[in-house]
Design a protein around this ligand. Sequence first.
Ligand code: MG
Length: 126
Amino acid sequence: MSWQDHDHVDDQTDIELAVSNVWSVSERADKLIRGTIHKAGTIKDVMMHAMEEFGELSTEVAILNGTNFKQPSVDGVAGEAVDVILCMLDIIKLHKPDITPNELAHLMQNKTAKWARHVERAGGGQ
Ligand SMILES: [Mg+2]
């Protein structure tokens, strides 16, 4: 199935639903981690924490690829990737506190469409 085979409306609905679900989880996570991990709550603080999370993700990917001989953590690649996503959501919210889940979903839809155009121009996506 190629990018062109997807129905635009269904894709948009899927993205809005996914963003809404992730948003809801991250709102709950925010309440738990405020005052602990992101004490000062600045974008710079969260960016620093995100770099730690990228490092943890990188380690998990290296373990998966057999270039790091540690044991995988309980979180694994997916869990560490989610940590990174939550940090990115935090940065978006700190930068644009009044953004709604729907606005974020539309932004993601536009970015996804842009990626799809690049993939198609490069001859991929088949
Ligand atoms: Mg982590």
